[in-house]
Design a protein around this ligand. Structure first.
Ligand code: EPZ
Length: 420
């Protein structure tokens, strides 16, 4: 199992380019099932999760052609199986995103029930109830979601009890080919939902309201192929900006979008960062100063993202003062806290809030990653530690961060991968 070895104490300096957004690429790849024509998806990130989604499409008999820049051409006219097997779903919960498209296009789908993961139970009850309200017959048995519908799905007025990103995406994809109009209320407003909607519109779907909490979809008979470029990854962007702020550095992040990171950029200004932005770049400069502590409460977009919670906690461990971080989206997203305390951080957990009292620097230690964003936060903790940190189980990192050690090395970090 690969590990990352980090020698801390370096202020990150330099420029990096941001990859395409994992959480936009995954639903867009699933959306290719909605048409028999070829869909070209560009700017895909080089990540394990993308490979897993391509493998899932491939095991259904869908043809995928990948070029050297990892642009992919997908044509689902050769599809043979309408199922997503457990051995793939267990490695990537986002496999649930094939449920809506398969049901809408073929009237049948069998998707392994995604188990929970380190950060929570991750139920999919809202996906299921919404599709049932569109006329789908769905049973969950033997660990599988077995869905079918006579004829086409019917448009419905759906109120999502909770804001769910992939739940909104599944319903939006299913509604694109349903008969009549669907309205999704309390819809997720995440930029990745908007990116998927824009790709569906490029395929001929009739969607409006994406980016607000009410999305209206008028079903059409067919969708056609298109060529679509995935938006930049705002979580990768924020992760590097926070790493630079924590290490008192000065970096410029290119091929990104500042307009979808307001909550994070405002918080970084509160920690004392000097932020400049252009159309597709963000520059952060700490002028060598130690960051100030900041308090954060995660919530659905446009609030501070839960996927940045572990990273901002890592910054707070070495900031001046005391900060509180409240996690309102997932029920168990503090595993990184115990590992950081082993590195000399002083973090107290009080229900769904952690209180972080900043220290000048952490002490490197062997630590273990438990989920994608927690592992990124442990890398940041390693960067602000004296002596060496070893981050184990970094397969989590490879699921969501393209070439993390190369990008950090290009910013001056002393980090390298050891293959055990
Ligand atoms: C998406 O997960 C992202 N993944 C997650 O990113 C992200 O953390 C999350 O949205 C929140 O922003 C992808 O887009 C592939 P939810 P998703 O449904 O859709 C509850 C990463 O690091 N819920 O918005 O699975 C759920 O338990 C990953 O890249 C139900 O109760 O999250 C949670 O408490 C981690 N029933 C809340 O809603 C349901 O049917 C929000 O979950 C669905 C969700």
């Amino acid at each position: 199992m690969d590990r990352l070895l980090i020698n801390g104490g370096v202020s990150l300096q330099g420029e990096i380019r941001i990859a395409g957004a994992k959480n936009s690429a995954l639903p867009i790849l699933a959306a290719t099932l909605l048409t028999y024509e070829t869909v070209q998806v560009r700017n895909l990130p080089h990540l394990f999760d993308i490979t897993t989604m391509l493998e899932l499409l491939g095991c259904m008999g869908v043809r995928t052609v990948v070029d050297e820049k990892l642009n992919v051409e997908v044509n689902s006219s050769s599809i043979e199986h309408l199922s997503a097997p457990y051995d793939l779903v267990k490695t990537m919960r986002a496999s649930i995103l094939v449920l809506g498209p398969l049901l809408a296009r073929y009237g049948k789908a069998e998707v392994a029930l995604p188990g929970g993961c380190a950060i929570g139970g991750r139920p999919v009850d809202l996906h299921i109830s919404a599709l049932q309200s569109m006329g789908a017959n769905i049973v969950v048995e033997e660990g599988y979601i077995k869905a079918s519908v006579e004829g086409r799905l019917k448009g419905a007025h759906i109120f999502m009890d909770l804001v769910t990103v992939t739940g909104t995406e599944n319903v939006m994809m299913a509604a694109s080919l349903a008969e009549g109009q669907s309205i999704i209320e309390n819809a997720a407003r995440e930029p990745e939902v908007v990116d998927l909607a824009n790709c569906l519109v490029a395929m001929g779907a009739d969607i409006s309201g994406q980016g607000t909490d009410t999305i209206v979809i008028n079903g059409v008979g067919e969708l056609h192929g298109c060529s679509y470029s995935v938006m930049p990854d705002r979580i990768e962007t924020g992760t590097y900006l926070i790493a630079a702020a924590a290490t008192r550095g000065h970096i410029k992040v290119k091929d990104t979008r500042p307009d979808i990171l307001d909550s994070v950029l405002r918080k970084l200004e509160q920690v004392g960062a000097d932020i400049k932005v252009g159309e597709n770049w963000i520059e952060l400069d700490m002028h060598g100063r130690r960051p100030r502590s900041v308090s954060v409460r995660t919530a659905p977009y446009p609030a501070f993202p839960t996927d940045m919670q572990a990273q901002i906690t890592a910054l707070n461990t070495v900031a001046k003062g005391t900060g509180s971080i409240t996690e309102t989206v997932f029920e168990n997203r503090f595993m990184h806290v115990h590992e950081m305390n082993r590195m000399g951080a002083t973090i107290k957990v009080e229900g769904n809030t952690v209180i972080v009292e900043g220290v000048n620097a952490l002490n490197g230690a062997p630590v273990m990653a438990t989920d994608l964003r927690a592992s990124a936060s442990l890398v940041i903790a390693g960067l602000v530690s004296e002596n060496q940190t070893i981050v184990d189980r970094i397969y989590h990192i490879d699921r969501g961060y393209e070439c993390i050690e190369e990008k950090l090395q290009s910013l001056g970090a002393k980090i390298h991968r050891v293959t055990a």
